[in-house]
Design a protein around this ligand. Structure first.
Ligand SMILES: [Zn+2]
Ligand SMILES: [Zn+2]
Length: 131
């Protein structure tokens, strides 16, 4: 984690390390509010979480995803992932395969856009909630 910060030109402060460690130990993306509930507040104050998240996002250490519920979720930048969300209990499960990437080139050609990303979220009812 420390190297990740330094490589990206940021000082490895205790507060930044704490945010990264909490995100790393959660396999699911977290919103800022969820993160604040989990961090050690002796190290990071709730109000500085927002600033740290935006610093880490600008340095491309974190990936920010806008979910269909209107909240931003953060994960450490690694692989490209999508999620399926249970509309009953809110459980989020990653989908490792991205079905969209192969279409991006064709869409770029057809529209003249430079495609920079996409949002894809599946919804459903998880096995626990199907009861
Ligand atoms: Zn569920
Ligand atoms: Zn994708």
């Amino acid at each position: 984690m420390e190297e990740l910060l330094i490589e990206n030109g940021l000082r490895a402060t205790k507060a930044r390390m704490e945010v990264l460690n909490v995100l790393k130990s959660n396999s699911m993306p977290l919103s800022a509010d969820e993160l604040i509930l989990k961090i050690n507040r002796e190290v990071v104050s709730g109000s500085s979480v927002y600033r740290i998240l935006s610093e880490l996002e600008k340095a491309s250490i974190l990936k920010k995803t806008l979910r269909q519920n209107g909240l931003h979720y953060y994960t450490i930048y690694d692989s490209h992932e999508h999620y399926i969300v249970c509309s009953n209990c809110g459980k989020i499960v990653p989908i490792t395969h991205c079905p969209i990437s192969p279409y991006e080139e064709g869409i770029a050609q057809n529209t003249g856009f430079k495609v920079t990303g996409h949002i894809l979220e599946l919804q459903g009812i998880c096995s626990d909630c199907q009861g």
